[in-house]
Structure formats: structure tokens, C-alpha cells
Write a protein that binds this ligand. Structure first.
Ligand code: THU
Length: 130
């Protein structure tokens, strides 16, 4: 998917999701767009809370949205913020993504794009027997 229209579109969808961010405490909007194996895109943004620990990151919002709509197989996720350099997903989001296997992770800063994968970001993730 490197340099493809699909990749550009996914990043664009993540940017649009970022515009909906509810981040009055950090002032750090994040957007995510998740591509399913059958070509659908689900987006998510970070939703903060006065009780800070309840904050939900953009990546987890997107995954919850996809799973709530019956999708569990993913090809890629794009994550954007307003930084010029890529924003790296937190540990909780890495484990949350790893629940659904390995897929591409596009970390897009305004200037630089980093292409990685879920398992590269979180080697030896915790797994239960299914
Ligand atoms: N955040 C995300 O949504 N995703 C990331 O990958 C990094 C952090 C959010 C959580 C919080 O609302 C804000 O960014 C600052 O930590």
C-alpha cells in the first residue's frame, strides 16, 4: 500500500477524524482511520475526560467503531496529529490493536510518515487462548 491512493485516502480520513477531537485538557487532537480487509474505513478520534484516566485514544475509538459494526479483520490504520513528526501509539493502544492481529500502521506527521506494523510496535503482546 506504500505511496498508493489507498494510503493517501486513509491518512486524509484520519485528518478529518482529528478535526472532531474532544481534547480540551491536552489540546492535542489525534485522528485515526482503520481500513478493513474488505475495504471499509472506520475512523476515530481522542475523547478526553475531566477524570483524565478515562481518556480514550483515537486508535481505540476507531477499533471500537469497526468492531461495533461487525468488522474484525484489518489491513491498516493511519494515525495523525498536528505534529510535524509521527505520533507513536501508546502502550494501551498497541495491546488493543494486537488483539486483532498484525496489520500495517501508518504514523503520519505533517512532514514525515513512518510505516510500521502492530507486531513491530508491540513484540510479545499478551494473548489469551481463544
Ligand atoms: N493520544 C491518542 O489519541 N493517540 C496516540 O497515539 C497518542 C495519544 C491522545 C490521548 C490524549 O487525548 C492526547 O492524545 C494527549 O495524550
Amino acid at each position: 500500500m506504500k505511496n498508493s491512493i489507498e494510503e493517501k485516502m486513509l491518512i486524509q480520513k484520519a485528518i478529518e477524524a482529528m478535526e472532531k477531537s474532544y481534547s480540551p485538557y491536552s489540546g492535542f487532537p489525534v485522528g485515526a482511520a482503520l481500513l478493513t480487509d474488505d475495504g471499509e474505513i472506520f475512523t476515530g478520534t481522542n475523547v478526553e475526560n475531566a477524570s483524565f484516566g478515562l481518556t480514550v485514544c483515537a486508535e481505540r475509538s476507531a477499533i471500537v467503531s469497526a468492531v461495533s459494526n461487525g468488522k474484525r479483520k484489518f489491513k491498516a490504520i493511519a494515525v495523525v496529529s498536528k505534529r510535524s513528526e509521527p505520533t507513536s501509539p501508546c502502550g494501551m493502544c498497541r495491546q488493543f490493536m494486537a488483539e486483532f492481529g498484525d496489520f500495517e500502521v501508518l504514523l503520519a506527521g505533517r512532514e514525515n510518515l513512518l510505516r510500521t506494523t502492530v507486531f513491530e510496535l508491540l513484540p510479545m503482546h499478551f494473548e489469551m487462548e481463544k
